[in-house]
Unconditional design. Structure first.
Length: 289
């Protein structure tokens, strides 16, 4: 199995990283550990250099463009305020273990207070375009982060904005290999990304039961899992976040990606072995590994 998106270099594993990696290795898991700014990208490469079965993706997450306090159940941190330092990332990209650029994209969920949304959106787009071009130039796969705001916020939909932006960039600069990580949009939006040649990455979110107060987003997502061409599906955990339902409340570990595989097998009426084979092949093709 290949966990195409985890953060094994994050602080959440500072006390048990070696044990967690060992558990993953014992299960034969291959991991892509993803950077979110300079320091976590550097650490991703450092860990990837140390372990055969770990690869690295380097880049700048939209939440790190402005200093803001991120305070959620699973993650509490003060985000950095960084620009995409091409020279710095180019140096990291010299490592053969670097396979992708990201996670980069649009995040309308964690917005800094006191800054106009228009200004935030412009900056998020600008930094995303820089990384799109960087990935293309260096023949690396683009790992795209897209997160909507709370529904009551009356902001544009991040998935719609991202689909428009990618279509424009591909028209201008040509094709790119990439994945919409932690996909949680609907089927209409999914089709737009698939038409642009993108893969969809599914996390433990697909194992969560629909929320009683608002079941539609989960039902929409399950429709995507049902309809997505099998050759466009990759699996991921986003560990240490988003532990699948069976382990909910615990810190997520990359080997738990097996729960995502099991859920896809159930939804698609295939055996677990078949889904492992299909998603492994897809991930290898997507990231040239
Ligand atoms: Zn992530």
């Amino acid at each position: 199995m290949i966990d195409t998106h985890c953060h094994i270099q994050f602080q959440g594993y500072k006390d048990d990283r070696d044990e967690v990696i060992l558990r993953c290795i014992k299960k034969g898991l291959i991991m892509n550990t993803i950077g979110t700014q300079k320091e976590t990208s550097r650490l991703a490469v450092e860990i990837a250099e140390k372990y055969n079965n770990i690869y690295a993706t380097i880049g700048l997450h939209p939440v790190h463009l402005f200093a803001t306090q991120v305070d959620e159940e699973e993650s509490k941190f003060l985000s950095h305020e960084e620009d995409f330092d091409e020279k710095y990332y180019l140096n990291l990209a010299k490592s053969k273990k670097v396979i992708g650029v990201g996670e980069c994209g649009l995040d309308f969920f964690h917005l800094p207070n006191n800054i106009d949304f228009k200004i935030i959106l412009e900056k998020q787009k600008k930094v995303f375009i820089q990384q799109f071009k960087f990935a293309q130039k260096n023949n690396l796969t683009l790992v795209v982060h897209t997160r909507d705001s709370e529904p009551d916020k009356n902001l544009p939909k991040a998935y719609d904005e991202m689909a428009k932006l990618l279509a424009k960039l591909i028209k201008k600069y040509g094709k790119i290999k990439g994945v919409i990580h932690c996909y949680s949009g609907n089927w209409i939006q999914a089709k737009k990304f698939l038409d642009l040649g993108f893969y969809l990455g599914f996390t433990g979110i697909i194992t969560f039961p629909p929320r009683k107060t608002n079941p539609q987003p989960t039902l929409d997502l399950l429709e995507v899992v049902k309809n997505c061409p099998l050759d466009k599906i990759v699996v991921e955990t986003d560990a240490p976040y988003l532990a699948p339902q069976l382990y909910r409340g615990k810190k997520c570990e990359p080997w738990m990606v097996e729960e995502v595989v099991k859920e896809i097998a159930k939804i698609r009426g295939k055996s677990v072995e078949e889904i492992i084979k299909i998603t492994d092949d897809n991930a290898k093709k997507l990231f040239n590994i």
